[in-house]
Design a protein around this ligand. Structure first.
Ligand code: ASP
Ligand code: MG
Length: 402
């Protein structure tokens, strides 16, 4: 008998009608002969509203109490979902994270799951019930309620799917799958039928709008197939799974552009051992994450060093780099990072060349380049981001089934 974990996000259970529609999906698959575990998010914008309530009372709410408050959104959803299933004539039982022993560490508001006890769930499943679980929550070893970070219900669902060795973790959401590029920017973007864990992790910014990144890391580790599916129609969505042979033939699976980074150039630092170590040591001390780095040797024993940081970290990064002896430091936050990703890159060549040629044909200057085994990224001027994404999407013919 198949076991399926179905996760419904906030928009998919936002009101009574949608809750009932979600319940109907659970019941349909149950009636077709599967065991079903449903994981729910809080309804609609409930989590934001709870946060607002907290901050209207205290502008520095205790994180322990915040978790206690935030977890109620999912608790509410889970009870309502069980009732919606009952109204369709099927038995169901809802549980909070604590009731099924979801144990986490003690990092309130962004806790990590350390253990789940499957006995209660298995017992209820064996009584032919649909088990409904409140997502996003657990308890620490001292029985304090914790939450898993915004969007964390996906992680609850994948963790349960891993524990129960589910055949599938279906994540129902308000989009119909994962696309070759953001369809709001690229009008001929195409829905992917399948994508590997590694690709989606590299395309985090693209996937993150759809699935919680941490849940994909979890799914990869435990080899849980995830299907991102629309809750508003019967679309088959996108399967996220481990790499299979045929994927090697697809050279580029997706393209993305992000505007979250800023660039710092340090001009004229001494070109001698230890300089880079020193600079990045200072940045690391401030917990600043550096992404791309390039160094050019210039004249007179001096070098220029350019690197990117998150825009939010720019001011702190600038203050930190000022501690370094250099001729000049320049910052630029009007940049964008364009990336193409595909596991076929491991076995095909000429991908970088094609990307660079495409940008050059569009008269787009490349400021920095970085590569991984399955990704090529270029830093370009921010205002050319959309044009660049479309050009690359067309050049690699991502609109066509490969
Ligand atoms: N309700 C939580 C949030 O809005 C968790 C989730 O939706 O996954 O972030
Ligand atoms: Mg959500």
């Amino acid at each position: 008998m198949q076991l399926i974990v179905q996760k419904f996000g906030g928009t998919s259970v936002a009101d009574a009608a949608r809750m009932k529609r979600a319940a109907k999906r659970a019941v349909e698959e149950y009636s077709a002969g599967s065991k079903i575990v449903v994981v729910v998010s809080a309804q609609g914008k409930m989590t934001d509203e709870l946060l607002e309530m907290a901050y209207s009372i205290n502008n520095k709410p205790s994180k322990r109490e915040l978790d206690s408050l935030l977890s109620t959104g999912e608790q509410m959803s889970s009870a309502l979902m069980a009732m919606a299933i009952h109204s369709l004539g099927v038995s169901a039982v809802s549980f909070t994270g604590r009731q099924i022993g979801i144990t986490t560490d003690s990092f309130h508001t962004k806790a990590r799951i350390v253990n789940i006890n499957d006995s209660r769930i298995l017992e209820e499943l064996s009584k032919n019930k649909i088990v409904v679980v409140a997502g996003y929550q657990g308890v620490d070893e001292n029985d304090n309620i914790t939450t898993l970070g915004r969007g964390g219900s996906d992680t609850s669902a994948v963790a349960l799917a891993a524990l129960l060795k589910a055949d599938m973790c279906d994540i129902y959401t308000d989009v119909d799958g994962i696309y070759t590029a953001d369809p709001r920017t690229v009008s001929n973007a195409r829905r992917l039928n399948k994508i590997s864990y590694d690709e989606i992790l590299e395309l985090a910014s693209m996937g993150a709008q759809v699935v919680h990144v941490r849940s994909i890391e979890f799914a990869k580790k435990f080899n849980v197939p995830i299907r991102v599916r629309p809750s508003f129609n019967n679309g088959t969505g996108t399967l996220i799974c481990k790499e299979v042979g045929e994927m090697e033939n697809i050279v580029v699976s997706g393209a993305t552009v992000t505007k979250d980074d800023a660039k710092i150039t340090i001009i004229g630092v001494a070109d001698e051992p230890g300089q880079a170590a020193n600079i990045f040591h200072e940045l690391a001390k401030e917990k600043i994450n550096v992404d791309m780095i390039i160094q050019n040797v210039s004249a007179n024993g001096l070098a220029d060093l350019t690197f990117t940081v998150q825009k939010d970290d720019l001011i702190l990064a600038l203050e930190t780099t000022k501690r370094i002896k250099a001729e000049e430091i320049i910052a630029d936050d009007k940049i964008a990072k364009l990336s193409v990703v595909g596991i076929g890159m491991r076995s095909h060549c000429g991908i970088a060349e094609k990307m660079f040629k495409t940008l050059s044909d569009e008269k787009i200057n490349i400021q920095m380049i970085s590569t991984s085994e399955i990704k090529i990224s270029c830093v370009i001027e921010e205002k050319q981001a959309e044009k660049a994404l479309n050009a690359v999407h067309n050049a690699f013919e991502l609109d066509k089934e490969q």
